[in-house]
Write a protein that binds this ligand. Sequence first.
Ligand code: PGA
Length: 257
Amino acid sequence: MKRTRRSFICGNWKMNKCQEDTYNFVHDLVKKIKQIPNLKEREIGIAPVFTSLFIADSLLKHSEIRLCAQNVHWEDSGQFTGEISAPMLKEFGVRYVIVGHSERRKFFGETNNAVNKRVKASIKNHLSVIMCVGETKEEREGGHTKDIVKQHVLEGLNGIAQDDILKYLVIAYEPVWAIGTGLNATVDQAVEVHKFIRELLNEHFGQGTGGTVRILYGGSVKPENIDGFMASEDIDGALVGGASLDIDSFLRIANFR
Ligand code: PGA
């Protein structure tokens, strides 16, 4: 299949891997990634913990693999104990930041408003953003999937210009019930929401936006199901948690067919 948008496979390591494990993984990844044919047509990224960014960056210097971070604060500096800003991430060669992940929403009280501020700060600092959206099991069962996704998308992108969206934004549709559960969404379920997000983007940010922005699927992606997801042209890639922690598993996902 000839893709209209460049595919993107990103590993979200969450709170895993100290420096030694990061070193071993990235060192191997840089060597083994070259085995993947059509690598130029794919973007591959990893999002280690903040404390591993330095070591990962040092190994990725001459590689095409994108270094990503798992969060970013909306101010460049200040009295925000425990936070990290966009200029600080950029020092490590970070290219993308993940914002609005459901674990941040669930465990750390992340609101759409905070997500919006993080997206704006990233754009201001020329960092690309992977903005996560998705419904919980209760919300899906109650028939509210589209309402929730709409809120996440529109409030997360409130006040952001079309040009910036086109240049910096990637959306990850991650149904919360599929994250870390082994129970992935079906391709049809993912495609239905991806199409809905594209319509929203066209309607609220201008025609053409929905056809340009990349939308990844996330939630129990593994070597066994990646090819099925990538067979759909509405799914531009994957945000991969658990299955990105093992090098062979991650490489197989990056090498989707
Ligand atoms: P999972 O996590 O692949 O372990 O389900 C995905 C994510 O949270 O990004």
